[in-house]
Design a protein around this ligand. Structure first.
Ligand code: ZN
Length: 140
């Protein structure tokens, strides 16, 4: 399943200390009616909740890390879920000892954060329940 999109524009911005990344990004997507796009960002967090999808139990496991960490990479996409813009984001974080952790991003509290949203023009993917995986994947 492939779709063609055209490049529309890039929004570049920052969030502030104490902001929560998922909710702030979602707010921007809704305000600007961005239904398709790509997201990237770097910075630092004071806390993050990341997940790992257990393919056997079909459940997300999640863990909260409450410590200062660098965002080495935050990456994701924008599509529609229940008719609303939805950001699916993954993150790689580094700790004080330079080791990294990563996963599906559930929540992250900003220390500093710079990001880009690349808005695409086209017929947005819509997420729906996928029987094969138990995930909400792009259906149409
Ligand atoms: Zn994910």
């Amino acid at each position: 399943m492939l779709k063609d999109f055209n490049f529309k524009k890039i929004i570049q911005g920052r969030l502030f200390k104490g902001d929560e990344i998922i909710s702030e990004i979602t707010k921007i997507l809704k305000e600007k009616s961005i239904n398709s796009g790509l997201i990237s960002g770097i910075g630092a967090v004071t806390k993050a909740k990341i997940g790992y999808y257990d393919q056997k139990t079909r459940q997300y496991m999640s863990k909260e890390f409450c410590e200062p960490m660098e965002i080495l990479s935050l990456n994701g996409n924008v599509s529609l879920k229940d008719g609303e813009p939805f950001a699916h984001l993954h993150i790689i974080l580094s700790k004080e000892d330079y080791t990294t952790i990563g996963g599906h991003l559930f929540e992250a509290v900003v220390f500093a954060f710079e990001f880009e949203i690349i808005e695409l023009h086209g017929i947005a993917y819509e997420r729906g329940y996928d029987e094969d995986t138990g995930l909400f994947l792009w259906k149409s």
